[in-house]
Write a protein that binds this ligand. Structure first.
Ligand SMILES: [Zn+2]
Ligand SMILES: [Zn+2]
Length: 392
C-alpha cells in the first residue's frame, strides 16, 4: 500500500494524479444513478409511442434524411447529382420510413429529449434502441468516439457527464439548473466536464493545490446533490472515497497506482505533442513511472517469495473483497423480478413464506406433522442434532 501523495517528488504532479483519480472515482459513483435514469428514459420513450412490437430492420442511416447537417458527407460532382459518401453510401443505407412505424417515432422522441435537438447519430445503432438502453444514451454523448461503447462501464467521464448535460430528463434529477451558460456561471456538470478535459489534456501534467481543491469541491457537490444522489449508496461511497483522498487519510493499493500511472503515461505522451516546454518535466515523470513499474513488479515477487505471511494477508483480503462484490452483485441484480415487459419489482414485495412443517414418522409408520420450520438451517438440524426429518 502506498500514499498517492508520495508517488512523485513534485507535489503538483501528485496533485494531477489525484485529480485523475478523483475523476475516475466520481465517474464510477455516478454509474448506477445514470444507468437507471437512462433506462427510465428508454421506458418513457417506448411508453410515449405505445410500443406493441419491436423493430430491428432499420439502421440509423435509414432514419436520417439526406443531407443531415453535421452527419452526411456529400460529394459534389460537376454535371451529375451529388452523392452521399456517409452514412447514405449504399442501397441498404438510404433514407426510408420504418416498415413497422416504430423507429421514426423513437428518433423523434430522442430529438425531443435532446437539450439542443442535435443527437449524436454517428454513435448509435438504431437496431438496438428497444433492446439496449445504452444505445439511446450514446445519442446524448459527444459526436465522435463512442460508437464502439456498449455500456456505462466502458464509457469515459466525458461521455457519462454529457448524457446528464444533454438529456433533458436529468433536469428533474438535480437540484440546480443544468446549463452551460447562465448568469451565475456554468453549472456544476459543465464545470466537471471542463475539469475533466483540462486534466486529460494538461500540457504540464501538473495541478496547483488551489485548483485541486476546486476539483474536489465540484465533484463532491455533484455526488452529494440533495435531489437524488445524496440518497444513492454508490454516489455516497464515492464521496467518502474522495474525502479520504483529499485528506490523504487513505492508502491506495499499488495496483491502483500502477493503473493510474499507465493512464498517465499515455496522457503524458500526448502532452509531449502539446507543449515542447514541458519535455523535461515529462521525461522525469516517465522515468518515475518506469521506476514505479519496477517497484510494482518487485513488490509482487517479494510478496510471493519472501513474505508468505503477507501473501496470506493478501489472500484473506481478496476473499473478503470477493465476498463484498458477490453480495453487491446479488443485491443489485437478483432481488428484482420482471413481472411484465419493462416492469421489475422487488422480490420482497411478492415473496410469501412457504408453509413448511417438520414431519415425524412414528414406529407404526404413521406420519405426524409437528412444528413449523422457518429457517434454512432448521431444515437440516433439530436443536443441536442433524435432522433426517421429511417435510410436508
Ligand atoms: Zn446523406
Ligand atoms: Zn424500424
Amino acid at each position: 500500500m502506498t500514499s498517492l501523495g508520495s508517488v512523485f517528488t513534485d507535489q503538483e504532479v501528485n496533485n494531477w494524479l489525484k485529480a485523475r483519480l478523483a475523476i475516475n472515482i466520481t465517474s464510477t459513483g455516478l454509474h448506477k444513478f445514470i444507468d437507471r435514469e437512462v433506462k427510465n428514459v428508454q421506458e418513457d420513450i417506448l411508453k410515449s409511442i405505445s410500443l406493441t412490437a419491436t423493430c430491428t430492420n432499420c439502421c440509423t442511416a435509414n432514419l436520417l434524411k439526406c443531407p443531415t447537417p453535421g452527419i452526411c458527407k456529400i460529394q459534389r460532382q460537376k454535371g451529375s447529382p451529388s452523392i452521399c459518401n456517409y452514412p447514405h453510401d449504399t442501397a441498404m443505407h438510404q433514407p426510408k420510413p420504418c416498415p413497422n412505424s416504430i423507429c421514426d417515432d423513437i428518433r423523434d422522441e430522442i430529438i425531443k429529449k435532446h437539450r439542443y435537438k442535435r443527437p449524436s447519430w454517428k454513435n448509435t445503432s438504431a437496431e438496438q434502441w428497444t433492446s439496449n438502453h445504452w444505445e439511446l444514451a450514446k445519442c446524448f454523448m459527444p459526436r465522435d468516439g463512442y460508437a464502439g461503447v456498449s455500456n456505462i462501464q466502458g464509457t469515459d467521464f466525458n461521455g457519462v457527464i454529457s448524457v446528464m448535460m444533454n438529456c433533458s430528463h436529468f433536469d428533474g434529477t438535480m437540484s440546480f439548473i443544468i446549463a452551460s451558460q447562465q448568469p451565475s456561471g456554468p453549472c456544476l456538470l459543465t464545470k466537471a466536464r471542463e475539469i475533466s478535459n483540462s486534466i486529460r489534456h494538461s500540457p504540464t501534467c501538473k495541478v496547483q493545490a488551489t485548483d485541486l481543491n476546486e476539483i474536489f469541491k465540484t465533484m463532491l457537490a455533484i455526488l452529494e446533490d440533495s435531489r437524488v444522489l445524496a440518497h444513492d449508496t454508490d454516489a455516497q461511497d464515492a464521496a467518502s472515497k474522495l474525502k479520504q483522498l483529499q485528506n490523504e487519510s487513505t492508502d491506495i493499493s499499488l495496483t491502483d497506482v500502477y493503473q493510474l500511472l499507465k493512464e498517465s503515461q499515455e496522457a503524458s505522451e500526448q502532452a509531449c505533442q502539446v507543449s515542447a516546454e514541458a519535455k523535461v518535466e515529462i521525461k522525469t515523470l516517465m522515468d518515475k513511472i518506469r521506476e514505479l513499474e519496477n517497484k510494482f513488479d518487485n513488490s509482487q515477487t517479494c510478496v510471493k517469495n519472501v513474505n508468505p505471511e503477507m501473501e496470506d494477508t493478501i489472500y484473506a483480503q481478496k476473499v473478503l473483497e470477493l465476498r463484498r462484490r458477490l453480495i453487491k452483485h446479488y443485491t443489485d441484480n437478483t432481488q428484482y423480478v420482471s413481472v411484465m415487459q419493462n416492469h421489475d419489482i422487488s422480490l420482497m414485495e411478492i415473496y410469501a413464506t412457504p408453509a413448511i412443517h417438520r414431519v415425524d414418522t412414528k414406529k407404526d409408520g404413521k406420519r405426524k406433522k409437528s412444528e413449523p420450520v422457518f429457517t434454512y438451517k432448521d431444515h437440516f438440524r433439530k436443536g443441536k442434532m442433524s435432522c433426517c426429518a421429511r417435510w410436508s
